[in-house]
Each structure stands twice: as C-alpha cells, then as structure tokens.
Design a protein around this ligand. Structure first.
Ligand SMILES: Nc1nc2c(c(=O)[nH]1)N[C@H]1C(S)=C(S)[C@@H](COP(=O)(O)O)O[C@H]1N2
Ligand SMILES: [Mo]
Length: 553
C-alpha cells in the first residue's frame, strides 16, 4: 500500500467525524430556529447575507444562468463549503483537538453575524440557532476526536501533546492485525476507541437527523398555520370590476403565452430563501414619513373594507433579458394606493409635497423606492390582495403587495409589504439602488417572439410567428418582424386590452427551407420604436430586438 493511500485512509475517520459534527450543527440549528424564526437558521442566514453582498453583475449572471434555481445553487454551494471545512477540521481534530473544536465555533460566529446582520433580523435572538449548533458541533468533534487520537492519548486531549499524534507514533505492524482494512483506516486506535467512535458517529447522526426532522416539522406547522390563515380569507367583490376584455385579446395560438398568466406560471423574482408566510390576522401596514400629515396604520380587514378595484396589469422584472420570461399579466384585486396616501395627507411633489420617494418595506427587510408623483398621477398603483381570483399566493406576496403599472418590479412591486415611508430620493437609497441599479426605472417598451422557439425545426410553408409586446401605461401601437435582416413586415395585433397590459401579435410566415433569423420590434403609443441598441439589464433594464433562429425543412 502506498503511503499516500495510507494517509488518505487515516484521514477518513477524522473527515467523517467533521462531517457528523457539521451535520449535528445543522440539525440542532434547525430545531433552535423554531424558537426564533426559520430565516435565522445558519444556511438561510448565510445565504441571505451572501445575496445581500453579491455584486450586481454576479447576481445578474446568476439570475440569467440559473433563473429561480439560483437560490438552490447558492444553498448547495454553502452546504458544500461547510462540508469541506468540516472535513478539514475533522482531519485535524485528532491531533489538534482544541484548535479544531474552536474552529467549529468560528462557523457559529459567522452564522450568528449573518443572521443578526440581515435586514429582516429581529434582534440578537437570531444568533441563537448558529451559536447553539456550533456549540454542539464543537462538543461532538471534541469527543469523536478523542476516540481517534490513538490509544494512550490523554482523555482531555491536548494541542500541546503532539506525541499522541499518529504521525509521530510509529505505524503499527499491519501483519499483527487480523483485519488489515480496518486497521489501515483506524491506524493505532484501540478496539475500544474504535467501537466508541463508530457508536458515537451513528448516535450523533441519528440524533441530528431527529433534531432536524423535528425542527422541520415544527417549522412546517407554523407554515401550515399561515396557510390556514390564507385559506380563511374571502375576497369581497370589487366596487370597480376589471373592464371586460375585448374579444380577441387572446389569440390562443399554440406556443403563444396566454393573455392572462396563471398564478402557477407567473415568474417569481425575490431575495427570499424562505418564502415569508405572514399570518393575515396579525398583518399591519404603516404609512408614515415626511409630509404625512395623518400617519395611518391599516390591518387586513380595514383594507378589505375599502373600495376595491380589479385591474389587469402586466408586470416585468428589470432582470428580464431580451426575449426573457420575467414578465406576466394577472388580474389584480386591491386598493388604490393614491387614495390611502391622500387620506394620510400626502401631496405629490407637483402639488408642493416635500416627499418625492415612497419607500416600501417588506417583512423580510426588502426596500423598494417608487416616485410619489407616479403613484399619484392617476394610474392604478395598487396595494393588491388578490391575484387571478384568489388571495395572493405566498410566493407573490401574501397577504398584501404593491404594484405600479409601468415601473419595473424592483422599484414598485413590494411583496409581503408592511411599511410605507415617505421620504426623498436624496435621503434614501433602497436595497437594489445600493447595489448599483437605477433609482428610477420605468419599464422599457419590449417585444418577444414566443413561437417558433429558438432553434426550432419547422416545415416549409405557412408558419405562424407570434408573441407578445409590452409598454405598460403607454400601450402598443405596432409590432413588426423581419426575416434575415430583410424589410420589416407589420404583424397582426390582437385586440387591445387595458393600457397597462401586454399585447399579443402574430404574423403568417411563408417559410422557405434553410436556416433563418426572425427579429421583432414594437412601437408604443407614444411613437417610440424599440432601439436595436443592445443594453444589458444593469442598471435600468435590457434593450435590443429579440431574435430567434429557426430551421425550415
Ligand atoms: N419583498 C420583496 N418584494 C419584491 C422583491 C423582493 O426581492 N422582495 N423583488 C421585486 C422584484 S425585482 C420583482 S420583479 C417583483 C417580482 O414579483 P413576482 O415574484 O410576484 O413576479 O417583486 C418585487 N418585490
Ligand atoms: Mo425585478
């Protein structure tokens, strides 16, 4: 047996003890998080802190490449890093018992700092899961390392007693042991210690699984209670129903996005590693700040008793690439925000109001800044409670979210909202603005080819090319396509819905065999035609024409 292989095998029990200690930390932390809140768990906290600190460009790249899976990838990354460090500490532990155990505590500190430093942190209690988890893990590592330190090592173990280290002790005679495989793994460890180690590993693994399972169940019970509170919500009929959609807004072509996006297909973009599950019975919204003459606090029932309006509105994310899928249309039910602001005595800047920025804050600490002028200019800026005929799904902001037609989501569409503060753009930079995104971000007029799909193979002859175009609060006037850079052809527009919604279009292509590039551009009702100039999503949204290459056979 080569000495390299031998070293590796000798390291295996140590690595295993590190892994088990890390596993214990997570299981215990999960259980401890029940006493605080699920978001205070170390993986969620560290992940959230990482998201907070990720440079805009990296974040943009992650969204582009992983989409909504970006969070899963992040958590897997954290767990992998944790496992590697835990194994490294475990390998060192038999020789450097105290140092390695102390090293475990460093992770507890990292988790604790991450948890208390998050914008949604509710105080020092958030450190509890990480601290308790790390203490247990350090103890587990210390005890397991004691079994591995080799026969004759002092029960206390000591960094200052390197003579107990396997390296300085002569290797035992392999031939003198009946089971050479286990001997090469455990080196000079006595049979008693070996048994203790194996039992210890198994016991800790089982107990940690139990703790993690129990924690998970208890957290699930909390979530179930929030789900129950959502199930009890009955949405009243609107005082002002959505204007009837003209026949023909939905062309219902195969491959074309439906006019109304079902909730389950509606894109989701947020920084929440655990979706906030707010109990509607305790939800409140406060409106306060500069120039608010009569500060207001409303609860959910107050909101439902106000004048409810129902509107079809298309929402878009600033991180949507040209041709991307972060856009959707829903029928929203809610209260007009301008009315509430007027009630609070807020005047827009054009009428001498001192606040030009409205900062919305969610229960998870997200902040979004919206121009007060836009919210009060007559458009249907909403505090929404319903989406496509049901209470907001948790993923989309239950119980209440904001929504401003014509603005990108990150400057208007606060989910899980709990606070509205009137301030100025000079005085305050919200979350994404601190991360290099623009403070003001109206939606850019855009269009997308839904069918054919990129690199599709289609049969020569009549091919339906179709898609959607949007310019919320302006309307779409014209959509054109061209093939292989040829002349622009006007497409047929679907019937026009409300001004805050997207518009479908289609075009009959007489496709000849070969590989062809289709391009699309839209003109909105202000007369603006989409520029071909490509812009990346950062800082205020992508631009350029969407193009799809298809092969005709
Ligand atoms: N609390 C909270 N609200 C938020 C966000 C968030 O990360 N946290 N993301 C915003 C962004 S960037 C967009 S595009 C919309 C997306 O809303 P949706 O997930 O319902 O589609 O929510 C906005 N509201
Ligand atoms: Mo967004």
């Amino acid at each position: 047996m080569t000495s390299g292989r031998k070293t590796f095998l000798h390291a295996a029990p140590g690595a295993l003890s590190g892994l088990v200690a890390g596993y214990a930390a997570l299981g215990v932390a999960e259980l401890a998080a029940v006493a605080v809140r699920p978001e205070a768990g170390p993986v969620t906290a560290v992940g959230g802190a990482a998201i907070d600190r990720t440079p805009a460009a990296v974040k943009d790249w992650a969204i582009r490449n992983f989409g909504t899976n970006d969070k899963l990838i992040l958590e897997l990354g954290i767990l992998t890093a944790l496992a590697l460090f835990a194994m490294a500490l475990g390998v060192l532990a038999p020789r450097f018992r105290r140092t390695a155990s102390a090293g475990v505590l460093v992770f507890g500190v990292v988790g604790a700092l991450a948890a208390t430093g998050r914008p949604d942190s509710t105080g020092v209690l958030d450190a509890l899961p990480s601290v308790v988890g790390a203490l247990v893990a350090a103890a587990v590592l210390f005890l397991l390392a004691g079994c591995l330190a080799g026969s004759g090592s002092s029960p206390q173990g000591s960094d200052s007693a390197p003579d107990s280290a396997p390296d300085s002790a002569p290797d035992p005679e392999p031939d003198s042991v009946s089971d050479p495989a286990s001997d090469s793994v455990f080196g000079s460890v006595s049979a008693v210690d070996r048994r203790r180690f194996v039992l210890g590993v198994a016991g800790v693994a089982a107990a940690s699984t139990g703790a993690g399972y129990l924690g998970g169940r208890l957290n699930a019970a909390d979530a179930a209670q929030a789900a129950e509170s959502r199930a009890t919500v009955t949405l009243p009929a609107p005082a002002s129903a959505a204007p009837a959609l003209p026949r023909g807004v939905d062309l219902k072509l195969p491959g074309l996005s439906p006019f109304t996006t079902p909730n389950r297909d509606f894109y989701r973009v947020d920084t929440a590693l655990t979706v906030p599950r707010v109990d509607v019975g305790t939800w409140k919204l406060r409106i306060h700040g500069t120039g608010v003459r009569r500060p207001l606090t409303v609860d959910f029932q107050d909101l439902l008793h106000r004048r409810l309006v129902e509107r079809d509105i298309t929402m878009t994310c600033v991180s949507n690439e040209v041709g991307g899928s972060y856009v959707g249309t829903a029928r929203w039910l809610g209260v007009r925000l301008a009315g509430l602001l007027e009630e609070a005595g807020v005047r827009p800047p054009s009428q001498g109001g001192p606040a030009d920025q409205l900062v919305a804050r969610s229960v998870d600490g997200m902040t979004l800044g919206t121009p007060v002028e836009t919210v009060m200019d007559g458009r249907d800026a909403l505090l929404a409670v319903g989406m496509n005929g049901e209470p907001l799904p948790f993923e989309h902001g239950f119980p209440v979210r904001m929504l401003v037609p014509g603005l990108f989501g990150y400057v208007s569409a606060c989910k899980w909202i709990q606070d509205i503060e009137l301030t100025t753009f000079d005085a305050y930079d919200p979350y994404w603005v601190r991360r290099d995104w623009a403070a003001k971000a109206p939606v850019k007029t855009a269009s997308r080819i839904d069918t054919p799909k990129p690199f599709a193979h289609v049969a020569a002859g009549a091919v339906a090319v179709a898609g959607v175009a949007w310019a919320q609060h302006k309307g779409i006037d014209r959509v054109e396509v061209r093939v292989d850079g040829g002349p622009w052809q006007r497409t047929e527009l679907a019937a026009e819905g409300p001004v805050d919604t997207w518009r479908q279009w289609s075009w009959g292509w007489r496709a000849r065999s070969g590989t062809h590039a289709l391009e699309v551009r839209a003109t909105d009702r202000t007369g603006y035609t989409q520029t071909d100039k490509r812009a990346r999503t950062l800082p205020d949204g992508a631009s350029g024409w969407h193009s799809v290459v298809a092969t005709v056979t």
